[in-house]
Design a protein around this ligand. Sequence first.
Ligand code: ADP
Ligand code: ADP
Length: 228
Amino acid sequence: MIVMKNVYKKYPNGVVAANGINVEIDPGEFVYVVGPSGAGKSTFIKMMYREETSTSGEIIINGVNLATLRNSRVPFLRRQIGVVFQDFKLLPKLNVYENVAFALEVIEESPKTIRKKVNDVLALVGLAQKSRMFPDELSGGEQQRVSIARSIVNSPKVVIADEPTGNLDPDTSWEIMRIFEQINARGTTIVMATHNREIVNTMRHRVIVVEGGLITRDEYEGEYSYES
Ligand code: ADP
Ligand code: ADP
């Protein structure tokens, strides 16, 4: 599903954010990526959806080698990967329904299919009643639900989340995590960078620790902890 072999990433300013990363993530896994600020967590997951390119090494996602992937093919890759951000990144002028439908309209699905898929995912995240509301009329937790609905509406095999609960209070964070658990239970692979110790130590899953651009620990049912 996701394979990285000897992946290096050096930014133009000389910072080495990935210093030889090797990892394999199987279909259906739920993986937390933890580590101190600046450790390279974001870089690690951004390379999975080609938001950043590696300087060397091999990255294979669903059998696609990102090193040789033409830029023109990146949109096709992105359709197989849902992405959820800490700051939601919703389109402010579109309502809830339109924010989710947008991802399907660009691939020219039929209006009937779009209606069904959007209503299904909005029901899954508990927002069926708020489809006409705009992002600025929603709480942070509700906005994150919209962004999760958007990330799964194309039925991707993988959902990548970069600190999805980073802007949310503890209760709301747990609600959001329960939605990710449901998505994972349907077979979708989840890779999530997080600083949320309570969640990592309670909803047990594989934990990958990134420090100094390296994976320093990788444990199934792991705990949230790292040296520095
Ligand atoms: P984390 O997500 O663990 O906080 P990042 O992957 O964001 O870590 O950053 C790893 C290192 O790479 C840090 O030293 C950071 O300053 C640097 N970095 C991140 N993004 C860029 C960028 N676009 N250009 C230059 N340096 C960057
Ligand atoms: P997070 O830790 O929430 O993943 P970011 O990925 O935004 O945060 O940034 C992590 C670190 O990388 C920060 O120290 C930030 O200053 C640095 N960074 C991010 N983008 C750049 C960039 N374009 N150039 C230099 N440093 C960057």
